[in-house]
Every structure is written in C-alpha cells, then in structure tokens.
Design a protein. Structure first.
Length: 250
C-alpha cells in the first residue's frame, strides 16, 4: 500500500474513533441527570410504581412490570421526553391480569366492531388473532384514524401482553373513492341488503384497493352473501371482486 494512503487511512480511523469516543463521552456525562429525572417521573404515577430505570450512554433501560400494554407504551413515551435521552430500551413485562386467549379474542372482537362507527365505517376492516396474550390486529383502513382507534382499544384491554400491528392504509385515490361510493349504493341500496346499514356494528365492509373490491363481514344467510357478490360485480370501474363475507358469524 502507498505510504501516504496508509498514513491517511490511519489518521481517518483515528479521527472516526475520536469522534465516537467524544459522542459516547458527551452522552455519558448526562446519565446521572437523566437517571434523576427518570426516577422522579416514574415514581409520581401509580401505574409506573413497579417500573425501574437505568441509564448508560444516554440510553434509558426500563425494567419491571406494568398492568396494561398501554402503560408499557406510555413508559417509553415518558422516557423519550427527558432531555438528552438518546434512546429507550423497553424491557417491561405486562403482568396481568391473565385472560384466556379465547376470552380476550371475544372481548376485543366485540370492542372493535364499534371502531369508526359512522358514515365511512363500511370502508374499514379489522380482524384479530390472539396467542399467549399477544394480539395481532390485521385489516385495512382508508384514513389511518380507524387504525389508531383499533390499536388504542387493543392496548388498553386488560390481559393484552403485546400488540402486533398488521393494518395497512389504503392508497389515496379518487378512482377508488368513486368505486367505494358506487359499491355502497349498490349493496346498501338493495332491498334485501339494506338491513346491514341499520346496524353500525355489523356493516358489510367494502375494501377497495387500486380498483379491486373485497367484501368482509358477516351476513345472515348464504343468499345475502350471494346477492352482495352480485351487486358488487355490477359496480362500474371495478377490476375484480372478492367476496369474503361469512355466513352466520357475528
């Protein structure tokens, strides 16, 4: 190797190493102050009574237990707001109460039925699965507001240990919006299917992505499912229709 290049490489490595040490030292010198503030913040709220914090190189590590998964999220937010904090490592355990997966899924399913009740409730879809207290929330949302509400409802449910977010946001599209309105008119305008518009917790969910229509939800019988599929297939502009309606399951 050329001597000048070799010396230049050594100088560069030395400079980078010096910068890393300087950054670490700068972060470390605030550790005591961060720890003091963190201790104060976590001892003033009852929900954080079992939370312990430690600080190293500006990174706050949280250990201990909380009652709700939302409390775990709130602990991270609290630590991040402390001045000079570089990051948060959340090792908190959601301690209880213990609820069976079947009971938890049933409670959440009931609660999520009422997410985004109103005019455009039919254009969002959410489904849940529970395993060992870990809740996976799947679905599609048109604006993101419904997703936030669904995740908040899940995080505050006693018994939830962790939450996996698999909700996608549908692309912004005037073309898709027009198809949504046509689909709503076609389905809810049918005399047989209009009854599903009167119960805000059980609408036929109409999901449109890039011109492709998917129907979710539950209907009373096979005929209603078939009619909904027929009406959806008559929508002008729709590229395809997938009928995922479930018969007789609420």
């Amino acid at each position: 190797m050329n001597v000048k290049k070799f010396v230049g490489t050594l100088l560069m490595l030395g400079l980078l190493g010096g910068m890393a040490v300087a950054q670490t030292t700068a972060a470390t010198r605030y550790d005591a102050a961060i720890q003091t503030v963190a201790a104060q913040k976590f001892t003033t709220k009852a929900k954080f009574s079992n939370v312990k914090s430690s600080v190293e190189d500006g990174i706050v590590t949280l250990t201990g237990t909380v009652d709700l998964y939302q409390d775990k999220l709130d602990a991270t937010k609290t630590a991040r707001k402390i001045a000079k904090v570089q990051g948060v490592r959340n090792l908190l355990t959601v301690a209880g109460p213990n609820v069976s997966d079947a009971q938890l899924e049933q409670k959440l399913a009931t609660k999520l039925r009422f997410v985004r009740v109103g005019y455009d409730a039919a254009f969002d879809y959410f489904a849940i699965g529970v395993q060992d207290g870990v809740v996976t929330v799947e679905g599609q949302d048109r604006t993101g507001v419904g997703r936030d509400e669904a995740l908040a409802d899940t995080a505050t449910m006693p018994g939830v240990k962790d939450v996996v977010d698999k909700i996608s946001i549908e692309p912004v599209s005037q073309f898709d919006d027009r198809i949504r309105l046509r689909a709503a008119r076609a389905i809810y305008g049918d005399t047989v299917l209009s009854k599903y518009a009167t119960d805000p917790a059980h609408p036929i969910r109409i999901i449109v992505t890039n011109g492709h229509v998917t129907l979710y939800g539950s209907v009373d019988n096979t005929m209603d499912k078939q009619i909904a599929g027929i009406r959806a297939n008559q929508i002008p502009g729709a590229f395809s229709v997938q009928n995922n309606l479930v018969v007789g399951k609420s």
